[in-house]
Design a protein around this ligand. Structure first.
Ligand SMILES: *[C@@H]1O[C@H](CO)[C@@H](O)[C@H](O)[C@H]1NC(C)=O
Ligand SMILES: [Zn+2]
Length: 162
């Protein structure tokens, strides 16, 4: 099987970014635990993700380049199946994201997958979406960072099966 992929330079901040994946609460995309039953910000929030990106409504601006540091390094990690996703928790290699108008340098904490993709483009949903979850280096760890609006930056890559 081949994959075509592109990185959606969708650097989004999520306030509760980590609970998305680490919470043990039973949530789901459909049925009794589906989106209409998700609590709090999921209902009242105005800047929630995922979204559908309507290309017709997008605005082109040049934010400058994202700078990926040590993304080509081999590293140790712990792979977990948490029931919603396969997650790889990184350890011990400072892998950094900066640039593109980000307010700080962000440290890669974990990567995980969503299948099918969460974000859609013109309502088209790809087979797979990979999330690189980073936290702002000014906080001592990812859980502290996730309490702050500028704490978490996620880079999403969409994969199309071809
Ligand atoms: C994160 O840092 C805070 C404050 O330094 C500490 O209390 C907490 O235990 C740390 N959490 C993790 C998961 O390491
Ligand atoms: Zn995710």
């Amino acid at each position: 099987m081949d994959f075509k992929y592109f990185t959606l330079l969708l650097v989004f901040f999520h306030h509760t970014g980590l609970s998305e994946i680490t919470a043990s609460d039973d949530w789901s995309y459909i049925g009794d635990n589906g989106p209409e039953h998700w609590p709090d910000l999921c209902i009242s929030g105005k800047k929630q993700s995922p979204i559908n990106i309507a290309t017709e409504d997008t605005v082109k601006i040049d934010l400058g380049k994202l700078k990926f540091t040590r993304y080509d390094f081999a590293f140790q990690g712990k792979i977990t199946n948490n029931g919603h996703s396969i997650q790889v928790q990184l350890c011990c290699v400072p892998i950094h994201l900066e640039g593109a108008n980000l307010p700080s340098t962000y440290i890669l904490e974990q990567i995980h997958f969503h299948w099918p993709a969460e974000h859609t483009i013109d309502k088209n949903r790809d087979a797979l979406e990979l999330h690189f979850v980073h936290y702002n280096e000014q906080y001592s760890n990812a859980s502290m960072a996730s309490q702050h609006e500028n704490g978490i930056a996620v880079v999403a890559t969409l994969f199309e099966v071809c």
